[in-house]
Design a protein around this ligand. Structure first.
Ligand code: AMP
Ligand code: MN
Ligand code: MN
Ligand code: MN
Length: 284
């Protein structure tokens, strides 16, 4: 019998190019040190970290997949769609991502005004002090400031009291449509994945419509095991993958050594009957 080839895949994480705290090369090093053998960097709405990530992964002999996590507005709420194995130089994808990044600066200024009105001092400047890529200011940067200054004890409290969709500091955004995001990914030769489906506040009927529409558009996969799911949701979304015939993806959603439930590469195995999203990418 042939030896089974064990793949340790981590296909969702962030660098300083978006709201992570480690440079792309350092995320690569940490993934490799933690035993990852197939790795994707998936920064929010930007591919600029991919060349450095790829070069470092190659230097370490670690399998690399170019990725991105795209912000989408669907039925009035934000959904994240991960694109994996994309051509990171594809003009349609690169320009599409640029177009959805454009509103972030103005939104951040408005977020700062709203937080000021809630008694948080100097939040816009404070958030900026955490921003490493001026094109990508996010709620995570505000969250770091709110925790640093003692307004909140941790991220869950920040998003509950200040920055979550139902909180007064939340500034709604019109991101891309689901159709645009999936099309950009497919045109760039990639595979579209619904990120952390367990995080969205949809009704069961809306979830059904989201999965159906995503599949009709050519979306093929969902995340089953992710640091953004509670462990009981692994089996729940494994069942969704079986029901809809989706490929299954997994990733830590790592942003920082101090902020996440799961570190890079520290993922439980996916149920063995699921087809992994990487099943036809592996070149040995
Ligand atoms: P943005 O793209 O600016 O809306 O920021 C979204 C980011 O905020 C996500 O990618 C997460 O990193 C972070 N985030 C959102 N909701 C939460 C939450 N409930 N707890 C911790 N982090 C969150
Ligand atoms: Mn993030
Ligand atoms: Mn996400
Ligand atoms: Mn993410």
């Amino acid at each position: 019998m042939e030896d089974a080839i064990i793949i340790s895949a981590d296909l969702h994480c962030h660098s300083t190019m978006s709201d992570g705290v480690l440079a792309p090369e350092d995320v690569a090093r940490r993934a490799h040190a933690n035993g990852v053998t197939l790795w994707a960097l998936t920064d929010h709405d930007i591919l600029d970290g991919v060349p450095a990530a790829r070069a470092q992964a190659q230097a370490l002999g670690m399998g690399f997949i170019a990725g991105v996590e795209i912000s989408v507005t669907w039925a009035g709420h934000t959904v994240h769609i991960v694109g994996l194995n994309v051509d990171d130089a594809h003009t349609g994808l690169v320009e599409g991502l640029r177009s959805i990044r454009e509103g972030r600066s103005g939104r951040a200024e408005e977020m700062g005004r709203r937080l000021d009105a809630m008694g948080v001092e100097n939040s816009y400047q404070g958030a900026l002090s955490y921003v490493s890529n001026p094109a990508l200011i996010s709620r995570t940067h505000f969250a770091r400031y709110l925790v640093e200054k003692g307004y909140c004890a941790n991220f869950p409290e920040v998003f509950k009291r200040y920055l979550g969709e139902d909180s007064p500091g939340y500034v709604p955004m019109q991101w891309s449509s689901l159709e645009q995001a999936v099309n950009w990914i497919l045109q760039a030769g990639g595979r579209a994945v619904i990120a952390h489906p367990g995080r969205y506040n949809y009704t069961p009927v809306q979830f059904g419509a989201l999965f159906d529409q995503f599949r009709e558009l050519g979306g093929e996969a969902i995340e089953v095991v992710t640091g953004s799911h509670a462990p009981h949701q692994y089996s729940e979304y494994a069942e969704v993958a079986r029901h809809y015939g989706f490929l299954a993806s997994c990733g830590s959603d790592f942003h920082s050594p101090d902020e996440n439930r799961l570190d890079l590469g520290r993922l439980p195995a996916m149920p063995a009957d699921l087809t992994p999203v990487w099943h036809d990418w592996i070149q040995i």
